[in-house]
Design a protein around this ligand. Structure first.
Ligand code: KIV
Ligand code: ZN
Length: 387
């Protein structure tokens, strides 16, 4: 694969906000947008300007205040939505309008209640309208992965002719499987006239737990824009988790051979901020940003990590902004882990002393899930008194 670059569209402020039970104030959205700017994502989907006055205000403030990334607003394929999107983003350094419309028969017939030809006509008219405002226009066929492929190709070709500069294959209901998704994307590139002039993007949901795998398979198949949310928040089971895709590409550069612009050291601070503002906690074993992502509990692992971190870590915690690894001390811990923590607490022990303390430590660890620094200090005090 050629060494070119993949761009990230962060939709935490738009699709992420569609998570059940969360809502963000305008100020909170601006705070997140400023952190996304530090993270150096390529495109921030700041909201859906026509959806509410609050969203309009958030999108327009972000457009004025956040420099660097492209600032994008979502719009349904309705004239008013497209015009509102433009009104909100026109102050941006690099504005983008993102128009979406259902393409699967299930949604076209049951939700839009139109025929296929009418839907293509709507898509073309609204892409042309967006293009009359702004040179950067993204189009998403919603539910693309459940759409008749020939119809999907026809629709993509029509919107490219109408001026779309990015076409985004949306796995709206998280139905795709990596191999199948990759095949669809290869076909899109082979069969759709004009694909060589536009950016192929993907937008994956996590209903089957495959959003990140599908996004990575898409990059291998030629996608050059990936959409997702920090911490994988979003509708139902969420969107593809941006930090996981980013670190997949970064860690396995040997396979993907693509450049990314993101400052990976800002991933952890961004994750913490999004969690704090949305109130959605991050599970401890979450890849990349979970509390346990760089903690090693078993003696064998601790011993290995102390000798060389690469024995049990595929990426360094500092690379994602986590300050150093922390070994969890408990009943599975070994002598090396204990000695290292005691040294970090300022104790220097002979081999014999470590053996004695280790026995007391094991007794204590059998009674507790985790032995804390304070426990160790008490243990060391007791050892000293009985010596
Ligand atoms: O999931 C989806 O289809 C979307 C579109 C608006 C891109 O969020
Ligand atoms: Zn979505």
């Amino acid at each position: 694969m050629a060494n070119d670059s993949v761009r990230f569209l962060d939709t935490t402020l738009r699709d992420g906000e569609q998570s059940a039970g969360i809502g963000m104030t305008v100020d909170e959205k601006i705070e997140i947008a400023k952190q996304l700017q530090k993270l150096n994502v390529d495109i921030i989907e700041a909201g859906f300007a026509a959806s509410s006055p609050g969203d309009f205000q958030a999108v327009s403030t972000i457009a004025r205040e956040v420099r660097g990334p492209v600032i994008c607003s979502l719009a349904r394929a309705h004239p008013n939505d497209v015009d509102q999107a433009w009104e909100a983003i026109k102050g941006a350094e690099s504005p983008r309008i993102h128009v979406f419309l259902s393409s699967s028969d299930i949604q076209v017939m049951h939700q839009l209640r139109k025929n296929r030809e009418e839907v293509i006509e709507m898509a073309v008219t609204m892409v042309e309208r967006a293009k009359s405002h702004c040179s950067d226009v993204e189009f998403s066929p919603m539910d693309a992965t459940r759409t008749n492929p020939e119809y999907l190709f026809q629709m993509l070709e029509a919107v490219i002719r109408a001026g779309a500069t990015t076409v985004n294959i949306a796995d709206t209901v998280g139905y795709a499987i990596p191999s199948d998704f990759a095949r669809l994307l290869r076909e899109v590139q082979e069969k759709v006239t004009g694909m060589d002039k536009v950016t192929l993007s993907v937008h994956c949901h996590n209903d089957l737990g495959l959003a990140v795998s599908n996004s990575l398979a898409a990059v291998e198949a030629g996608a050059r824009q990936v959409e997702g949310c920090i911490n994988g928040i979003g509708e139902r089971a969420g969107n593809a988790s941006l930090e996981e895709i980013i670190m997949g590409l970064d860690t396995r550069k040997d396979l993907f051979n693509v450049d990314i612009n993101v400052d990976t050291t800002q991933l952890y601070p961004t994750s913490r901020l999004v969690s704090r503002i949305t109130g959605m906690s991050v599970q401890a074993n979450k890849a990349v940003v979970g509390e346990n992502a760089f903690r090693h509990a078993s003696g064998i692992h601790q011993d290995g990590v102390l000798k060389d971190r690469s024995t049990y870590e595929v990426m360094q915690p500092e690379r994602v902004g986590v300050p150093g690894n922390s070994l969890v001390l408990g009943k599975l811990s070994g002598r090396a882990g204990l000695q290292s923590r005691l040294e970090a607490l300022g104790y220097s022990l002979s081999r014999e002393e470590v053996t004695t303390v280790f026995e007391s430590f094991k007794e204590l660890a059998d009674k507790k899930r985790e032995v804390t620094d304070r426990d160790l200090e008490i243990l060391m005090d007791e050892e000293k008194r009985s010596a």
